[in-house]
Design a protein around this ligand. Structure first.
Ligand SMILES: Nc1ncnc2c1ncn2[C@@H]1O[C@H](COP(=O)(O)OP(=O)(O)O)[C@@H](O)[C@H]1O
Ligand SMILES: [Mg+2]
Length: 259
């Protein structure tokens, strides 16, 4: 019996003041899989990710997560179900240490925690030693252990992206959504990022949906690639097949003169 996909998107459509950003887009992601979402600028990649994470409500279509219809649910509801995106640098508390940032991110997952933290008792307080241990483990996973007591504000742009992965992992999601994680990152750190994504999948069984222009990144981590063009599905398949698909080459290189 084939397992049903962990994410199943079907017929996704959304327009912005008449601009059709997505038209009948469908794709799926199996548990433990890493899927790349590629396509030229403006093809609808970020819009699709925003629909999945609850930041945009599609005009039509259904998003299923672990078999349940989550279409139109809020970002918090979607995150609590285990589907999470990373956030930009600006969301980090720059005057808090890396460890403190992780503990803060963990607290957001627990309704009781704020109360418990304020009154110094309750479940969060009892869990704190274990949580601290988990935060340290995650810094090890993203190779930032040596900076655990430094302020987040001192991290380079690339290091902040590594930390943003740890901030999501502390809430133990099943699927992580990444929007151009390698953009503007130093090539050495891109290599580290690729290794980290593969490690998180192998050691923790996480699935990823990754928007990325860096084709080396895509072919180094992805099992499957979904290609969008002008808000529609253009192609999908394993990276080596997608790389040699003439339709994909055409949308990236431009339409031939004689077409
Ligand atoms: N909030 C918005 N308001 C108006 N148009 C938008 C908005 N977000 C995206 N678009 C438009 O939708 C299309 C797809 O954009 P986007 O999803 O950002 O593409 P990509 O991430 O593939 O570069 C583009 O034409 C873009 O201008
Ligand atoms: Mg984008």
């Amino acid at each position: 019996m084939a397992a049903s996909p962990i994410i199943d998107v079907s017929g996704l459509s959304i327009s912005f003041r008449g601009v059709k950003a997505l038209q009948d887009v469908s794709f799926a992601l199996n548990s433990g899989e890493i899927v790349g979402l590629i396509g030229p600028n403006g093809s609808g990649k970020t819009t699709a990710l925003n629909c999945l994470s609850g930041f945009l409500k599609p005009d039509a279509g259904v998003i299923r997560f672990k078999g349940e219809d989550i279409t139109g649910q809020s970002p918090a509801e979607v995150a609590n179900r285990g589907l999470m995106r990373t956030f930009q640098v600006t969301k980090l508390a720059r005057r808090m240490t890396l460890i403190e940032n992780l503990l803060l991110a963990a607290q957001k997952a627990d309704d009781e925690s704020l109360f418990a933290t304020i009154f110094g008792r309750g479940t969060f307080a009892r869990r704190q030693p274990r949580l601290l241990e988990r935060a340290r483990e995650l810094l090890e996973t993203v190779k930032l252990s040596h900076l655990e007591n430094d302020y987040a504000g001192v991290l380079s742009g690339g290091q902040q992206r590594l930390l943003s992965i740890a901030l999501v992992l502390i809430r133990d999601p099943d699927v992580i959504l990444l929007d151009e994680p390698a953009a503007g990152v130093h090539p050495d750190l891109v290599v580290e990022f690729i290794a980290m994504v593969n490690r998180i999948r192998e050691e923790r069984g996480k699935s990823f949906l990754i928007i990325e222009h860096n084709m080396h990144f895509i072919s180094s981590v992805c099992d499957n690639v979904v290609v969008l063009d002008a808000g529609t599905n253009l192609a999908s398949g394993p990276p080596n097949v997608i790389h040699n698909d003439p339709r994909v080459l055409e949308v990236y290189l431009g339409t031939p003169q004689d077409a």
